[in-house]
Design a binder for this molecule. Structure first.
Ligand code: GLN
Length: 251
């Protein structure tokens, strides 16, 4: 396998500011699962003002952050990252964005005080914060082709209510939790190679099937169609524990 084909790179957007509720676990999961398949896997940090190496990234990760942190990164996203992100995604890279990161990939995020942070419109979603925060475990019945098991689990903590436009489709329906906005029953969004979600926890350690879907998708351009099987018994046992919490209590 040629050197280039063997490399797998994760690009971590704003690791110093957009990284809450264990989001770092998503980076470790992506790098480790690629390594266990024989790839030379690494992660590069992409803080404010840095774009070095962005064009060689396979999977970008954009974590969550409180309003204060979002206020510190949205201008850099527009000024320095947007055009390279768009180009690299057009070339086959993938983005996973959680909560605050998810919101800033949309058209805008408006705080509960009415302050509006413009997003980069990579996904057709808009977010307006409400007074009440959505906090707790979440179980999603996913509608993603090729995802097995067909559930996603995680933890949410957000004031934002996200509404999907016609170009974006939800990751799935909430079985437990509030998801995008606590009213239409949807969670997250998928548009092209961008996956947005409110699931922290962190997300990927308890959803190894989603991690593999992202890795496989980003390496399709290098002719990688299949990934070797891994023993995910521990990960799926943790997944199953959250599913059980969604079971209606026996009265
Ligand atoms: N500040 C945003 C909100 O409250 C995002 C929070 C987060 O990333 N957990 O909705």
């Amino acid at each position: 396998m040629s050197d280039k084909k063997k490399r797998f790179t994760v690009g971590w957007l704003y690791p110093d500011l957009m990284n809450i509720y264990g989001d770092r676990g998503n980076i470790l999961t992506l790098v480790k699962r690629a390594e266990w398949r024989g790839f030379e896997a690494s992660a590069i940090d992409l803080p404010r003002g840095t774009t070095t190496g962005m064009d060689s990234v396979d999977v970008f990760f954009f974590g969550g952050g409180q309003d204060r942190e979002q206020a510190l990164v949205y201008q850099d996203l527009i000024d320095h990252k947007q055009s390279i992100l768009e180009q690299t995604v057009a070339d086959g890279a993938v983005i996973l964005a959680v909560c605050g990161g998810y919101q800033l990939l949309g058209h805008f995020y408006q705080t509960a005080e009415g302050e509006k942070f413009p997003g980069i419109g990579l996904i057709d979603v808009r977010t307006e914060a409400g007074k009440k925060r959505f906090i707790g475990d979440v179980v999603v019945d996913a509608q993603i082709e090729g995802l097995e098991p067909r559930t996603l689990v995680g933890f949410e903590n957000h004031s934002g209510r996200t509404y999907l436009g016609p170009a974006a489709r939800p990751l799935g329906k909430v079985r437990m939790g509030s998801g995008n906005n606590g009213s239409d029953g949807t969670e997250g969004c998928m548009q092209g190679a961008v996956v947005g979600t409110y699931l922290h926890g962190s997300l990927l350690p308890k959803n190894p099937h989603l991690a593999d879907l992202l890795i496989r998708r980003s390496l399709t351009r290098r002719g990688v169609t299949e990934l070797g099987r891994l023993d995910d018994s521990a990960e799926l046992a943790a997944h199953e524990r959250i599913l059980q919490r969604a079971q209606p209590r026996a009265l």
